[in-house]
Write a protein that binds this ligand. Structure first.
Ligand code: NAD
Length: 490
């Protein structure tokens, strides 16, 4: 890998402490960083290089997946770090930063390849990008790249404005937008499941699939994020990004060549074919809910409106379910259902593909119920693929019953790279497969925008659902109307 500089804005923040330093360290130990790398941490307060290095070390000792650390390896890693105080709005600070970057490039004979990772509040993304351009930090003989994490805007218009500003300083190919769901191994594995298995590929269409169900449920409530969440709701926090990304990954069509640009192309086509929900139809396609108090794992928990920091008359959605249609020749007849919520009965992100049950009529005189075949992809916390088939049970007089063939993809433990490691590594080598392209982000906002407006105009009810449940009953009706049910709910 070519030598480079990694500039980390927000290096004194929580994300850097919990995720980014450990990710870089693990890449270093696994020899996935270039031999010559300069890492420059930036934060508002003054810190000496040594104090900063000490902080980095502490974070790694606390949060790294590795349990043992080799002192000389750690020393070598920390040597790469320097610190510079910078106020994102002060253009002189960028000049100082440029000097630090250049000095280290000279000292270490590093090429002018520069990665800018913005681990700061999204309100600063545009001003930082502008200053990178104006200070000359972005004028390099090598490559320059920008890594940012959602939220990318608050609605369609603000997302477009942000992108316009970013694109004055960086080309689209230089922007790596993290959607950490795309860093999850089982989401990445969807590509292989669909495209590397002719058996599955040949039935991955409306001829054989009855419906697709994508669930992302959490047990936790709003936690300490009320300030952000009460403005965002599940629709912005989960649906616009993670849920639609999982939908794209499931519904994309086999490209001629499997590579980053073709895969992103196919994902974009899914979004282009996604049927827009008309405002007058929203009530029949979308369900929104908000949790009230209840019990989870024998513990009483408060309702959303009672949570600290939440407006007691809040109308924010903590649950959204939707029925979506993809108007293309592969999927036009297949409903895709999504649902996501907080304070639900279980923590689970999963995709269930229900196949058409074309043989059940053959059994209709035998008093024998034949369940449909299911492909169940568990994304988190379990990482598992299973196929539900029907089989005779000899201990029940040969009654046909569903059985599950499980393929555990569980890869936990100290040896397995975490999402941030995988994503940072991909960005360093310039592989954008598992990052969100602007077109995907924009099309997602376009789909979500009328729903945001309908929520604001209160065109649909905000159902209450008990904490510890699977959400409002209306989310079950969405499927019942088409003769289906959510699979795996207990
Ligand atoms: P944080 O508040 O802990 O840290 C913010 C950082 O920004 C600090 O280093 C601070 O010095 C710096 N900063 C603030 N104002 C500044 C200014 N005017 N000039 C220069 N630097 C300034 O925030 P965080 O939790 O680390 O989150 C950072 C970003 O990552 C946010 O966009 C957040 O949404 C995102 N994120 C965080 C997490 C997480 O687990 N913490 C997870 C996913 C995404």
């Amino acid at each position: 890998m070519e030598s480079m500089t990694f500039v980390l804005f927000g290096a004194t923040g929580d994300l850097a402490k919990r995720k980014i330093f450990s990710a870089l360290y693990n890449l270093y130990v696994d020899q996935k960083l270039p031999e010559r790398i300069s890492i420059i941490g930036l934060g508002r307060r003054q810190l000496s290089h040594l104090d900063f290095q000490e902080k980095v070390k502490e974070s790694i000792l606390t949060f790294s997946r590795r349990l043992e650390h080799n002192a000389s390896e750690m020393g070598g890693f920390l040597d790469a770090f320097r610190y510079s105080a910078l106020d994102v709005t002060n253009s002189e600070d960028y000049q100082k930063l440029l000097q630090v970057v250049k000095q280290r490039e000279n000292e270490l004979e590093i090429k002018e390849n520069r990665m800018f990772y913005l681990s700061v509040s999204p309100e600063f993304f545009d001003i930082i990008a502008l200053n990178i351009k104006e200070s000359g930090l972005g004028r390099t003989n090598g490559w320059k790249r920008l890594m940012i994490e959602k939220p990318f805007g608050h609605d369609l218009q603000s997302a477009r404005e942000l992108n316009d500003k970013l694109s004055r300083a960086f080309e689209e190919e230089e922007i790596y937008r993290i959607d950490h769901y795309l860093g999850k191994p089982m989401v990445q594995n969807l590509e292989a499941l669909e495209f590397a298995n002719p058996v599955l590929q040949s039935i991955w269409n409306q001829e054989h699939i009855a419906n697709v169900q994508i669930t992302a449920s959490e047990i936790v409530g709003v936690e300490e994020r009320a300030g952000y969440y009460d403005q965002a709701g599940a629709i912005r926090d989960m649906v616009q990004n993670h849920m639609l990304q999982m939908l794209m990954m499931t519904a994309m069509h086999l490209p001629e060549k499997i590579n980053a640009s073709e895969i992103r192309n196919e994902k974009r086509k899914v979004m282009e074919a996604l049927r827009k929900v008309k405002k007058e139809e929203i009530q029949s396609q979308i369900v929104r809910g908000q949790y009230i108090s209840g019990e989870i794992n024998d513990q009483s928990v408060a309702g959303y409106k009672e949570e600290p920091g939440v407006n007691p008359s809040s109308k924010t959605d903590t649950f959204v379910a939707a029925r979506l249609w993809i108007d293309n020749p592969f999927w036009a007849k297949v409903p895709f259902y999504i649902r996501t919520g907080k304070r639900m009965k279980e923590k689970s992100t999963r995709i269930v593909i229900e196949f058409k049950n074309t043989l059940k009529l053959h059994y209709k005189d035998n008093d024998q119920k034949v369940e449909p075949n299911l492909l169940i992809i568990e994304i988190s916390p379990a990482e598992n693929v299973s196929l539900q088939l029907n089989s005779k049970n000899p201990s029940k007089n040969g009654k046909i019953e569903p059985v599950r063939i499980n393929f555990s993809c569980e890869q936990t433990g100290v040896g397995v790279p975490e999402a941030y490691e995988r994503l940072i590594y991909d960005a360093l080598i310039g592989d954008s497969t598992f990052f969100a392209h602007w077109k995907e982000v924009e099309l997602s906002w376009e789909w979500v925008q009328p729903i945001l407006e309908a929520f604001e105009e209160e065109l649909l009810p905000l159902y209450e659902y008990q904490s510890g449940s699977y959400g409002p009953d209306a989310a079950n009706s969405l499927l019942l109307e088409n003769g289906f049910k959510w699979w795996l709910d207990e």
